[in-house]
Design a protein around this ligand. Structure first.
Ligand SMILES: NC(=O)c1ccc[n+]([C@@H]2O[C@H](COP(=O)([O-])OP(=O)(O)OC[C@H]3O[C@@H](n4cnc5c(N)ncnc54)[C@H](O)[C@@H]3O)[C@@H](O)[C@H]2O)c1
Ligand SMILES: [Zn+2]
Length: 376
């Protein structure tokens, strides 16, 4: 099995015409994005044999992505007629019920072990689809076609699949590699700005832990760095597929980030994952300065990026949120014993993992974080 990042081209003008004939919604940005790339030829050579070997092709997507991209991608992969499986959008549907629906559709169409599932969507779709495919008849092949920035740089790569269960995120899942991950920024033309910023936070994460160049990521240039992020994730995963050590650095900003994300969900002011990670990285940088000798300038530079990163977040965190956020830390499944484990930085590109931090310092880091963002 391989997990190659294919930089594929946008659909041809021919496919665009066929798409328009379907009478689907067609916004200007979407249309412009296709226009600007319409002179390029598709390159799906690597995919051709896999698609032709498949006994049947199924495309899993959600209700937001389908109107923009489903007919396009079906044509583009030359897998028309494929069986479409369109599910409701959102994390709340990343559950066993939806997986059952996918399994039932596969069964209804007599999908055998040579069937192929194309996961077209954000991280919810690639996680769900990867899980459904890797368990159906003990595993069928699947391809990820990520359509959010977060999925392009993170979720669609690395072989972790899963669903939420029993009130917890990603409690049930498998390690299963996609046959291909097809990354094309054209899909981002229809993605809401808030989602784009959430993905950018994960890109900055790679900047802190592996490649300082990525700290220059901005709304103007993020497309230039997408493939580099994928490369980094693949390299790390190849060295430590099951997260015994090195892979933990991908959790930079996530210890506090997950706690903030859970708390904000509980108080009905949900944050996007990348927004919570943006806050978690602020806390982790502060802790790195205090405990690991990180140069304070790194923290200060990051603080200049925060207003943009969080510009679309609906956030009204105050000091009274610190306590409940800290109580979520205790639930972090990655914790060992009493003390939360952090990924911290000695310097940019020099992460250390499994770092224990005294509870008082963690609480001060949360105070600092909340203070900072409430003054934005
Ligand atoms: N497996 C992993 O290694 C891994 C890593 C990180 C995150 N994740 C998972 O990824 C999920 C989050 O992924 P996400 O941020 O992509 O969320 P998502 O899949 O919910 O997508 C965000 C929203 O954007 C919409 N959307 C997607 N593409 C679009 C497009 N091109 N145009 C318009 N709308 C579009 C979706 O319908 C959804 O409403 C979480 O469930 C998380 O657990 C998994
Ligand atoms: Zn993340």
């Amino acid at each position: 099995m391989n997990n190659k990042l294919n930089q594929t081209m946008a659909p041809t003008s021919e496919s665009k015409d066929s798409r328009q004939r379907t009478g689907q919604p067609w916004n200007d940005m979407h249309s412009e994005a296709l226009e600007s790339m319409s002179s390029q030829q598709r390159d799906v050579r690597g995919m051709g044999s896999m698609l032709s070997k498949a006994s049947q092709v199924f495309i899993l997507t959600d209700e937001n992505v389908a109107p923009f991209w489903l007919p396009e991608v079906a044509y583009w992969l030359r897998c028309d007629p494929a069986v479409d499986i369109i599910i409701k959008a959102g994390e709340e549907h990343k559950n066993l019920q939806t997986v059952q629906r996918i399994w039932k559709t596969l069964m209804k169409h007599h999908a055998d072990r040579n069937a192929l599932l194309v996961n077209l969507g954000g991280g919810v779709i690639t996680d769900l689809g990867g899980f459904a495919a890797s368990t159906y008849k003990r595993g069928i092949k699947f391809i990820n076609v990520p359509t959010t920035l977060l999925a392009m740089v993170d979720a669609a790569i690395g072989g972790k699949t899963g669903i939420d269960f029993g009130g917890g995120k990603n409690q049930i899942g498998t390690f299963a590699e996609a046959e291909e991950v097809i990354v094309d920024p054209v899909f981002l033309s229809t993605l809401p700005r808030r989602e784009l910023l959430s993905g950018m936070a994960e890109m900055l994460k790679y900047g802190f832990i592996v490649d300082a160049n990525l700290l220059n990521t901005s709304l103007e240039n993020y497309q230039d760095y997408i493939l580099r992020c994928g490369e980094i994730k693949r390299e790390i995963v190849a060295q430590d597929p099951t997260e015994k050590g090195l892979r933990k650095i991908l959790n930079f900003g996530h210890t506090l980030g997950h706690a903030i994300e859970s708390h904000c969900l509980a108080i009905d002011h949900p944050l996007l994952h990348g927004e919570a990670v943006a806050l978690g990285m602020l806390g982790a940088l502060w802790l790195s300065v205090k405990q690991c000798g990180l140069d304070k300038k790194v923290l200060k530079e990051y603080e200049k990026q925060l207003p943009v990163l969080l510009s679309e977040a609906e956030m009204n965190l105050t000091k009274s949120d610190v306590e409940p956020i800290l109580s979520y830390l205790a639930l972090d499944k990655k914790n060992k014993g009493e003390k939360p484990q952090f990924v911290l930085l000695e310097a940019v590109e020099k992460p250390i993992w499994d770092v224990e931090v005294e509870p008082k310092l963690v609480s001060d880091a949360m105070d600092y974080t909340i203070n900072k963002v409430s003054s934005l």
